[in-house]
Design a protein around this ligand. Structure first.
Ligand code: UFG
Length: 329
C-alpha cells in the first residue's frame, strides 16, 4: 500500500517524501509543477504530473495505485498574492481540495493529513498560540486554508473520513543531504531572502517595520525546520492509521526570533556582514506568531530535532550555496 503525496514536488512536500522514503514507505507523488519542481521529487517515488482539480486524472491515480493514506500539500501559499488574486486561491485551494475529497470518498480512502498554517489564526489573541484560539484569518490565503480544514471536518461527519490538519509556523531550512531545499519564484520568505545577500544576488535585506511592540521593534516569528515538519506528517499519518480521531495541531519550536535576530544569526553562519535597511511595515504582518506545540508533542509524540536557529539557517545556507538558482542549477 502506498502514501499519496499531493504537492510532493514543493518545498515541504518534497522534504516529506524524502522522510517517507527513508522510513521505508511506498510513495506516489502528484504535482502539477506550477510551483513545484520535478527535480525535487525523490527518485524512488512514482510521479504523476496531474492537477488536483482534474477529477478524471485524480481518479485514475486512485485506480492505478493502492493508496492507504493521503498527505495534501497542493495549494498556493503566498499571502500577498492571495490578497491581489483571491479567486486564484479559491480555485486551486478550495476547488482542488473538493475534487480530492470527492475522489477519496469515491475510492474508499479515508485518511488525510493536511498542510494548514499559522495564518489560520490571523492576529493572535495570546502568545504562544494554542489550537483552540480564535481563528480569524487576515489574508485570503489563511481563509482558504481554514476553509479547507472545515471542508474536511464536514466531510468527516458525512463520510468515513479522518483528517489531521497541521498548522505550520515559519517553515525554513533544507534537507541535510543538500539535495533539496527551499526554492520559490518569486521568493518572499525572510531566510532565503537574507541568504541572497551573501550569494551576491541582492545588495541588502529589507526589514519590514521597526516599530512593532517587540523587544527590538521587528516582527517575531517561530522558525521550524522543514524536516521536523516532514516528521510530523508521518507521525500524523501513523496516528490516523492507529485509529486516531480527526484533529488540528500547531507545529513550531515555541521560541520566537525577531527579524533582526534572524539576520544576526545569518551573519554568523555565513560570515558576511549582510547590510540591512529599515523599510515600512508590510501589510498584514502580525507583530508576533509563536506556537504552542504541546498538543503535537503529547498526542503525536512529535519531537522537533532542529531547535537551534543557527543549525536551521546553516542547513538553508548549505542548500542555497550549492544551488544559488534553486532547482534551475
Ligand atoms: N520580512 C522582512 N523582510 C523581508 C521578508 C520578510 O522583514 O524581506 C519579515 C516579515 O515582515 C515577517 C518575517 O520577516 O515579519 C517573516 O516573513 P516571511 O515572509 O518569511 O514569513 P511570514 O511570517 O510572513 O509567513 C509565514 C508563512 C506563511 C504563513 C504566515 C502566517 O510563510 O505561509 O507565516 O502569518 F501564512
Amino acid at each position: 500500500m502506498a502514501i499519496l503525496v499531493l504537492g510532493g514536488a514543493g518545498y515541504i512536500g518534497s522534504h516529506t517524501v524524502y522522510e517517507l522514503i527513508a522510513a521505508g514507505r511506498d510513495v506516489v507523488v502528484v504535482d502539477n509543477l506550477v510551483t513545484g519542481f520535478q527535480a525535487a521529487v525523490h527518485a524512488k517515488a512514482r510521479f504523476y504530473q496531474v492537477d488536483i482539480r482534474d477529477r478524471k486524472a485524480i481518479d485514475q491515480v486512485f485506480e492505478r495505485e493502492k493508496i492507504e493514506g493521503v498527505i495534501h500539500f497542493a495549494a498556493f501559499s503566498q499571502v500577498g498574492e492571495s490578497m491581489t488574486n483571491p479567486l486564484k486561491y479559491y480555485d486551486n485551494n478550495l476547488a482542488g481540495t473538493t475534487v480530492l475529497l470527492q475522489s477519496m470518498v469515491a475510492h474508499g480512502v479515508d485518511k488525510i493529513v493536511f498542510s494548514s498554517t499559522a495564518a489560520a489564526y490571523g492576529e493572535p489573541e495570546r502568545i504562544p498560540i494554542q489550537e483552540s484560539d480564535r481563528t480569524v484569518p487576515t489574508s485570503c490565503y489563511g481563509e482558504t486554508k481554514l476553509a479547507m480544514e472545515k471542508m474536511m471536518r464536514w466531510t468527516g461527519l458525512a463520510h468515513p473520513m479522518h483528517y489531521v490538519a497541521l498548522r505550520y509556523f515559519n517553515a525554513c531550512g533544507a534537507h541535510t543531504s543538500g539535495e533539496i531545499g527551499e526554492a520559490h519564484d518569486p521568493e518572499t520568505h525572510l531566510i532565503p531572502l537574507i541568504l541572497q545577500v551573501p550569494l551576491g544576488k541582492r545588495e541588502k535585506i529589507s526589514i519590514f517595520g521597526e516599530d512593532y511592540p517587540t523587544k527590538d521593534g521587528t516582527c517575531v516569528r517561530d522558525y521550524i525546520h522543514v524536516s521536523d515538519l516532514a516528521q510530523a506528517h508521518i507521525l500524523a499519518l501513523d496516528y490516523l492509521m492507529d485509529g486516531g480521531e480527526s484533529d488540528v495541531f500547531n507545529l513550531g519550536n515555541g521560541v520566537g526570533f525577531t527579524v533582526k535576530e534572524v539576520i544576526d544569526v545569518a551573519r554568523g553562519v555565513t560570515g558576511h556582514p549582510i547590510p540591512a535597511e529599515i523599510c515600512p511595515r508590510r501589510a498584514g504582518d502580525p507583530a508576533q506568531l509563536v506556537a504552542s506545540s504541546e498538543k503535537a508533542k503529547a498526542v503525536l509524540g512529535w519531537k522537533p530535532e532542529y531547535n537551534r536557529l543557527e543549525t536551521i539557517v546553516a542547513s538553508a545556507w548549505n542548500w542555497h550555496k550549492a544551488h544559488p538558482n534553486g532547482f534551475g542549477t
